[in-house]
Write a protein that binds this ligand. Structure first.
Ligand SMILES: NC(=O)c1ccc[n+]([C@@H]2O[C@H](COP(=O)([O-])OP(=O)(O)OC[C@H]3O[C@@H](n4cnc5c(N)ncnc54)[C@H](OP(=O)(O)O)[C@@H]3O)[C@@H](O)[C@H]2O)c1
Length: 265
């Protein structure tokens, strides 16, 4: 996820020379430096000085370790931040309250929830501002993150719902491709062929949806002839309650996010 954002920032015009990335493993640092020419990639994140050094003098710091490590990392670098350094956390389930408690009093904080298509500049990235983040600081973060996709500003109490749709959503789309490929095999197609056509169909439909102003209902209706094959398939999905199954899955994801926030608290 962090590399997706890193790639997006550079594609969006951020000077690589202005970016410092810290990771744990030396091979990962080498890989990042090779793939994103001009950035500084520092290995050995366990050495507290490395993260502190990266944070020192930075206008924006993005925290992207696993949720369980975010508060420790925030405490680790807190003393190296300028009072107006904007701290953006992309960690799932870590609340603004938890972030603010781990950082120096008054630090501007933004909670963000990206998704993996950010690596292609086609992500959905939410932002929710903390108590001390000014409108100008929020705008700066939005402008930065816009290079990785569509930025939406939401109140923090909607992050779990958004995460259940856009955060987990790419996996739902991949799951649909897997199910379509299995269905093709059941209908007698060779697996390789079935996977190829399922994958390209969902990717192609995704491109159609990506057109400005695309309306999924209108697009669906345009390929659903009365009394035709697609109509029969959609009627079967409806009869089996597929929309409510998807709603149940999304609700389960949102509930799980709330559970994790409680565990981390
Ligand atoms: N994956 C998603 O779809 C998704 C979506 C939304 C939000 N997120 C959030 O994004 C965050 C990262 O998730 P991920 O799946 O990308 O995890 P990941 O692959 O484990 O990435 C974590 C990165 O942090 C580095 N790291 C670990 N400890 C560090 C430390 N103390 N200081 C500096 N760097 C350190 C790791 O270095 P090494 O590579 O050397 O181990 C690794 O590059 C999580 O908080 C997650 O909730 C992920």
């Amino acid at each position: 996820m962090n590399e997706a954002i890193l790639g997006g920032l550079i594609a969006g015009g951020t000077d690589p020379a202005d970016i410092v990335a810290t990771v744990r493993r030396a091979e990962r640092a080498d890989q990042l430096a090779k793939r994103h020419h001009g950035i500084t990639a520092i290995a050995g994140a366990e050495e507290p000085d490395n993260n502190r050094q990266a944070a020192t003098g930075s206008g924006v710091v993005i925290l992207g370790v696993k949720p369980v490590g975010i508060a420790d990392l925030a405490r680790e670098i807190g003393g190296s931040l300028a009072p107006d350094t904007i701290v953006i956390s992309v960690a799932a389930a870590v609340s603004l309250e938890q972030l603010e408690a781990a950082l120096p009093a008054g630090q501007p904080v933004i909670r963000s929830m990206p998704n993996t298509p950010a690596q292609l500049g086609r992500g959905v990235i939410s932002v929710s501002a903390g108590t001390h983040c000014s409108p100008a600081q929020l705008q700066l973060a939005k402008d930065l993150l816009a290079s990785a996709g569509t930025v939406v500003e939401i109140p923090e109490d909607q992050v779990d719902a958004l995460s259940a749709i856009s955060g987990s959503g790419p996996a739902y789309a991949f799951y649909l491709v897997e199910a379509m490929a299995d269905a093709g095999v059941e209908l007698g197609l060779d697996r390789e062929l079935s996977l190829l056509i399922a994958r390209e169909t969902v990717a192609g439909a995704g491109f159609m949806l990506a057109e400005a102003g695309a309306d999924p209902t209108a697009l669906r209706k345009s390929v659903t002839s009365p009394n035709g094959t697609t109509e029969r398939a959609i009627a079967t999905f409806d009869a089996r309650g597929l929309p409510s199954i998807i709603a149940d899955g999304a609700r389960a994801a949102a509930e799980r996010a709330a559970e994790i926030t409680k565990q981390l608290g």
